[in-house]
Design a protein around this ligand. Structure first.
Ligand code: FAD
Length: 283
């Protein structure tokens, strides 16, 4: 099936686009975290969201969820790892799923973390963003995993079942005992600083030296834009858009923090709405 639009990201910008397009009876696929945005959930107090006085992030997120459920909108619980033009539409890779859509709305938020040195160059040459897609290539081999969200721990365990050993760089606190108790998972306290290898991954550099690895899985709740959609115009670290939220790639729109400052809920929501209207015009 070719969807009218694929929305990538479930923060306020994605929520707004999904609501508008659903109300307009469009056939959407919405991909991201069903618990919505961690940036909303974490806000202690929100004083600038019109119509919702003195709310908390948790409460606002609950309202978003209620509204999504009321309209029967579903979220596909995956990270999109690649978007490619495919004739007159787009193909999106997400986990082991593959979606096709006439248009795309990028609502991925801001990626504070840029790609590691060596990461972009070695994608497909040992660097992978998808455990289920590429894990089997590393059966019985020594791999490294960078994981920034406990949401991906099941993928780390899947990899540990296949690989001889996993050097894990967990970028969050309280790694679960399922991982710490695993004999073949080595948890590092040092951060991964760079991906090393000439033409193929050979290891991960840390302050303590290079940890050898034949493959590196990067399980993050964001993917760098240049990796996600090659050719996408970026300016000062943000996706370049016009006032209709169109990017330089025809049929691809962007909304929210990923398009620039100010990083605010209402800007994200407004831009999600404009991007949805942009989609309605080109369909
Ligand atoms: P985000 O909320 O960042 O959502 C993006 C979503 O896309 C995330 O769930 C991410 O995991 C997902 N995603 C990214 N890449 C992919 C991919 N490849 N595939 C699938 N999903 C992907 N703003 C205010 O206006 N008022 C406030 O009081 C306020 N307080 C804040 C407090 C805190 C602690 C923080 C961190 C931020 C606060 N902000 C506040 C800013 C506000 O949170 C952001 O501006 C807003 O969340 C941006 O929405 P967004 O939809 O653009 O992106």
């Amino acid at each position: 099936m070719i969807y009218d639009t694929a929305i990538v990201g479930t923060g306020p910008a994605g929520v707004s686009a999904a609501l508008t397009l659903t109300i307009r009876d469009k056939n959407i696929v919405w991909i991201g975290d069903p618990s919505l945005s961690g940036k909303v959930e974490k806000a202690e107090k929100i004083l600038n969201y019109p119509g919702v006085a003195k709310t908390t992030g948790k409460d606002l997120n609950a309202l978003f969820k209620e509204q999504i459920a009321d309209l029967g909108i579903e979220i596909q619980d995956h990270m999109v790892t690649g978007i490619m033009p495919f004739g007159d539409h787009f193909a999106l890779t997400a986990g082991e799923e593959f979606y096709e859509a006439k248009t795309v709305i990028l609502a991925t938020g801001i990626v504070f973390k840029v790609a590691l040195p060596g990461e972009s160059e070695l994608v497909g040459k040992g660097v992978s963003y998808c455990a289920t897609c590429d894990g089997r290539l590393y059966k019985g081999r020594k791999i490294a995993v960078i994981c920034n969200n406990p949401r991906f721990e099941s993928e780390v365990l899947f990899l540990a079942d296949l690989a001889e050993s996993v050097d894990l760089f967990a970028e969050y606190k309280d790694v679960s005992s399922e991982l710490t108790d695993r004999a073949n998972i080595n948890i590092h306290s040092k951060k991964a600083g760079a991906v090393k290898g000439e033409g193929r991954v050979e290891g991960v550099e840390t302050d303590d030296g290079v940890i050898e690895a034949e493959g590196l899985f990067i399980l993050r709740d964001s993917v760098s834009m240049s990796t996600l959609l090659p050719g996408l115009e970026i300016m000062d670290g943000h996706i370049n858009v016009n006032r209709s939220m169109e990017t330089n790639i025809k049929g691809v729109f962007a909304a929210g923090d990923c398009t620039g400052r100010p990083y605010q809920y209402t800007k994200a929501v407004g831009e999600g709405n404009i991007a949805a209207h942009g989609v309605l015009e080109v369909l």
